[in-house]
Design a protein around this ligand. Structure first.
Ligand code: IMP
Ligand code: MG
Length: 185
């Protein structure tokens, strides 16, 4: 774990590969038990938010031992910065029509909740049968009021984190663990 070539940027390891894997299996079981087929008999549609959620989504869908379909949305909110600009833009919309479907929106991390709030509004306008929200991480602290996150992997303290899909300027997504980011600036 310590031999990654950018290890000097890696701070404290918050969740190991094993801890993440165990938690994802638990989450998959809960989701499989709670979200079933829609009134027309179609399986749930899991919507991952690119790119941060891809690693989590890849593990989560395999932990859901029931039929499930997959789609992705791409948004841009942070650019190269480690602070939210607050502006969310859809870079890639869904391939599926979600009207009448049971949808599970999957995010990497919820910070202010602005991205999630924007995406929920966007999806609810298309009248899914149901919409559940899921995040690998939720940062403790100030968050949008009235924002429900149905499935949460871990709650974390207010530090910027990397790994398991999470990036700084597109790097570190391939770390197998989740760690704090130690900025050299
Ligand atoms: P929010 O809109 O403020 O909730 O920000 C959510 C988005 O910001 C996430 O989907 C991430 O892409 C990004 N983000 C927030 N915190 C972190 C972090 O600690 N590491 C990497 N990306 C983050
Ligand atoms: Mg990101």
């Amino acid at each position: 774990m310590g031999d990654y070539p950018v290890a000097e940027d890696v701070g404290d390891i918050l969740f190991s590969e094993k801890e993440i894997a165990d938690r994802v299996v638990e989450m998959g079981a809960v989701i499989a038990a709670e979200v079933g087929v829609d009134p027309k008999g179609r399986p749930p549609l899991l919507v991952g938010v690119l790119k941060g959620s891809v690693i989590f989504v890849a593990d989560l869908v395999r932990a859901i031992t029931a039929p499930i379909e997959l789609d992705f949305l791409a948004v841009s909110s942070y650019g190269q910065a480690t602070q939210s600009s607050g502006a969310v833009k859809i870079l890639k919309d869904l391939d599926h029509d979600i009207a009448g479907r049971n949808v599970i929106l999957v995010e990497d991390i919820i910070d202010s909740g602005l991205t999630l709030r924007f995406l929920c509004k966007h999806l609810l306008a298309q009248q899914p049968a149901s919409l559940k929200t899921c995040a690998m991480l939720v940062r403790e602290g100030v968050r949008e009021p009235d924002l429900t996150i149905d499935y949460v992997g871990f709650r974390i303290p207010p530090a910027f984190v990397i790994g398991y899909g999470l990036d700084v300027a597109q790097r570190y997504r391939n770390l197998r663990y989740i760690a704090t980011y130690r900025s050299r600036e």
